[in-house]
Ligand binder design. Structure first.
Ligand SMILES: NC(=O)c1ccc[n+]([C@@H]2O[C@H](COP(=O)([O-])OP(=O)(O)OC[C@H]3O[C@@H](n4cnc5c(N)ncnc54)[C@H](O)[C@@H]3O)[C@@H](O)[C@H]2O)c1
Ligand SMILES: *[C@@H]1O[C@H](CO)[C@@H](O)[C@H](O)[C@H]1NC(C)=O
Length: 300
């Protein structure tokens, strides 16, 4: 088609998507049924991962729960069984590729093909960049992003073969907007958002439209992950509340899920406002959390 013809087509598509979004505001989208599906959640021994495991258990899913914390993940599994579903707990260190590959092999052999993969395990180290231990920087990248590659390599092939499945990337508000004293954390979460977006395009290019992708970007969660978080415009939410909002997005195949929804507006403003304006918005929001500063100006 000639470019001059394609431009009006482009505007029509944009108009159509706005109208579609408007209609969807009033007509709730039907949630998909995931009953009986195998759901694997990493880092499900505590916090948001655990709360999401309970949500999937209420949908009658079979759960495969991974965490480095044995007691935590076994407790989650126990509660899922109490909710009436089968749940398998595995102790897996997601910072270790070999651990992930061998656990994945076990899951495939003993339980079956994973339908829904949720990469949720995450670590954080709130301190200035120069005082962040090399080890801690490496760990944040291993758990918060590299692990997503190893689990995808393990479970995506079957999903693609069957053109069925769902990959859920738990990123963060910090994958779109940044904060001081979270440099390595934010950059690892930006990478997770990038992985989600590029993978989504790649699956579409390969015509694997049956494999869905969702990226979950919460603001602060009261899970003790970040200590004493506060934000004026988006106060911290309980893990259960975040899980319930995330679930609605997952079951309607939403691609980018901001929690709370207002976060989307602040992300857009952050991009759109002039630098000074964006800074003023930040000031207004009064973001706070505990961090340490180890950096000192040296004499020489
Ligand atoms: N808490 C927040 O304010 C917040 C905000 C946005 C995004 N997130 C993201 O949500 C996800 C869950 O965080 P949360 O708030 O529930 O934290 P959490 O600390 O309550 O839970 C994280 C879980 O991951 C597990 N884990 C840590 N390292 C692991 C490893 N190497 N291998 C396997 N498991 C490991 C922990 O044992 C824990 O059970 C993380 O990816 C986090 O970055 C959290
Ligand atoms: C979500 O994706 C599944 C699998 O492709 C599909 O069956 C379902 O209809 C979709 N639901 C929505 C609301 O798009």
């Amino acid at each position: 088609m000639h470019l001059l013809l394609e431009i009006p087509v482009f505007f029509l598509v944009v108009l159509y998507s706005y109208l579609e979004a408007l209609v969807k505001l009033f007509i709730p989208v039907k949630e998909k049924c995931v009953s009986g599906q195998i759901v694997l959640i990493t880092g499900s021994g505590h916090g948001f991962g655990r709360a999401t495991a309970y949500e999937f258990a209420r949908c009658q899913c079979k759960l495969v729960l991974w965490d480095i914390n044995k007691n935590g993940v076994e407790e989650t599994a126990e509660e899922c069984r109490r909710l009436g579903v089968t749940a398998h707990a595995f102790v897996v260190d997601c910072s270790k590729k070999e651990d992930i590959y061998s656990a994945a092999e076990k899951v495939r052999k003993e339980i079956g093909d994973v339908d829904i993969l949720m990469n949720n395990a995450g670590v954080i180290s709130p301190t200035d960049v120069l005082s962040t231990e090399d080890q801690a920087i490496q760990k944040m990248f291993e758990v918060n992003i590299l692990a997503h590659y190893w689990t995808a390599k393990a479970f995506l092939p079957t999903m693609m073969k069957n053109n069925h499945g769902h990959i859920i990337t738990v990123a963060s508000a910090g994958g779109h907007i940044v904060a001081p004293f979270l440099v390595a954390y934010c950059s690892s979460k930006f990478a997770a958002v990038g992985l989600h977006r590029a993978l989504t395009e790649e699956l579409s290019a390969l015509k694997k439209d049956g494999v869905k992708t969702s990226c979950i970007c919460p603001m602060f969660i009261n899970s003790d992950f970040v200590k004493n978080p506060s934000s004026r415009l988006m106060p911290p939410l309980e893990p259960e509340e975040v899980a319930s909002q995330a679930m609605k997005g997952i079951l309607t195949n939403e691609s980018m899920i901001f929690i709370p929804r207002f976060l989307k507006v602040s992300v857009m403003l952050d991009r759109f406002l002039p630098t000074r304006g964006a800074k003023a918005l930040w000031k207004l929001n009064k973001l706070k959390f505990d961090f340490t500063i180890g950096y000192k100006d040296k004499e020489n």
